[in-house]
Design a protein around this ligand. Structure first.
Ligand code: ATP
Ligand code: MG
Length: 394
């Protein structure tokens, strides 16, 4: 069973690439489900078919879903939302606003994501391909389990230490206070949600089954966002096993020739910057990628005769740890001559340079204010240590 998540900056071709990979997987005989968690659904446009909240067969062995995040949210979180909204309304807030305030941003998608686990457990599919929201939203989604479980713990504590012993006896005197006490079903829904979140986290972090692929175009800002995303995915312990560069101009691009040259330079930057991740490429077509024939062409350009469901790389590209107030970043790096390595950092990036080859690694924002203090190189692994403000010694 495989779960492959395609993510990337807005508009780069995530939906098209996910649909193409799914089509190829189904042609190879895998029972494949392609699943869009993106609210602005375009998976149906890619297949040129109307899709719904439940799987629709779009080709032999291939099913597609456009999730209805709102329906998933109501089914899972409806009672909790009503309860929180009631409390907020009691404070005098307008009911519509209170309803909105009772949902954390990105929460709807997490419930949709939770369905992936149900489909995996159903045993009906060999491969699930996810057309995810843009990198920014996917990242927020990934940090949501932590935020949510923290909120839930707080709610439970409030119930145990404040509501039950203090508010409950008083609530007989005031109907308003009575409404503040969560009914049992709210806690049941929260418990269920916590279990689901744990299961999703486990599924996403299981690199023998799940991997992410970053889709991008050969453009400066797109590459920059993807690098940042790679850093965060690595921090969350998720496996990124490939990069897709979409919409590359071909050699006969006429008046766009200079644009093509710029793209080639950025493509080289992607190859070194994301090394050792494999890089797949697809050309800019003359028309949109709509319908089975076009998707099939895209799949062929991306994967040729290869199987897109295989995990093409299974190591974390780098690992960031924090110990005793000091950060360390460990990565595999083949160096022929370690004396030639220069390490620099800016507020946001770590820059590794060997002669004219540069590798830029985006650092998480928690590390701003930290500077490289020491580096070691052993058995092809480079470890850079960071501490506050100290300048590099090398
Ligand atoms: N290689 C390509 N050549 C030509 N058109 C393409 C190519 N890849 C994608 N497109 C077209 O570009 C548009 C955007 O692609 P797509 O919907 O796959 O991007 P996306 O990253 O999913 O966007 P969003 O962030 O809005 O979800 C679509 O109309 C698609 O058909
Ligand atoms: Mg899309």
């Amino acid at each position: 069973m495989r779960v492959i998540i395609y993510t990337g900056k807005g508009g780069v071709g995530k939906t098209s690439v996910a649909a193409a990979a799914a089509l190829r997987a189904s042609e190879l005989g895998y029972r494949t489900l392609v699943f869009s968690t993106d609210a602005s659904h375009s998976l149906g446009d890619s297949f040129d078919k109307d899709l719904g909240h439940e799987p629709t067969e779009v080709a032999p062995k291939l099913w597609a879903i456009e999730t209805n995040a709102y329906a998933d949210l109501e089914a899972n979180w409806g009672v909790v939302r009503t309860h929180i909204a009631n409390i907020i309304t009691l404070q005098g807030m307008n009911e519509v606003l209170a309803d909105e305030a009772a949902i954390l941003p990105g929460m709807d998608e997490i419930f949709s994501l939770a369905r992936i686990k149900d489909y995996r457990d159903s045993g009906q599919y060999d491969c699930i391909i996810v057309d995810a929201a843009s990198t920014g939203e996917t990242l927020r989604l990934l940090s949501l389990p932590q935020t949510l479980s923290w909120t839930v713990k707080l709610l439970r504590k409030a119930d145990k230490y404040i509501l039950k012993p203090i508010v409950r006896p008083l609530s007989r005197l005031s109907p308003e206070l009575e409404e503040m006490i969560a009914p049992e079903e709210v806690f049941e829904a929260i418990e269920k949600m916590l279990l689901k979140l744990k299961a999703i986290k486990k599924l996403l972090a299981d690199s023998s089954q799940t991997s992410l692929r970053l889709v991008m175009n050969a453009e400066k800002m797109v590459i920059k966002e993807s690098k940042r995303a790679l850093t965060y995915f690595n921090m969350y312990g998720l496996l990124v096993d490939g990069v897709v560069v979409n919409r590359l101009l071909s050699t006969d691009s006429g008046y766009l020739e200079s644009w093509r040259e710029i793209q080639q330079r950025y493509l080289d930057e992607v190859k070194t910057g994301f090394s050792p991740l494999p890089v797949q490429t697809a050309p800019q077509y003359h028309s949109e990628v709509v319908g089975i024939a076009n998707l099939s062409r895209l799949a062929k350009d991306l994967y040729g005769e290869c199987d897109p469901t295989l995990i093409s790389f299974n190591e974390t590209v780098f690992e960031i740890r924090k110990q005793k107030g000091e950060y360390s970043l460990k990565m595999r790096l083949q160096l022929l001559d370690k004396e030639k390595l220069r390490i620099r950092s800016t507020a946001n990036d770590l820059i590794l340079q060997v002669e004219n080859q540069r590798r830029i690694i985006s650092l998480p924002s928690a590390m701003s204010g930290y500077r490289p203090s020491k580096a070691t190189y052993e058995n092809n692994y480079l470890t850079v240590y960071f501490n506050k403000r100290k300048k590099a010694e090398q």
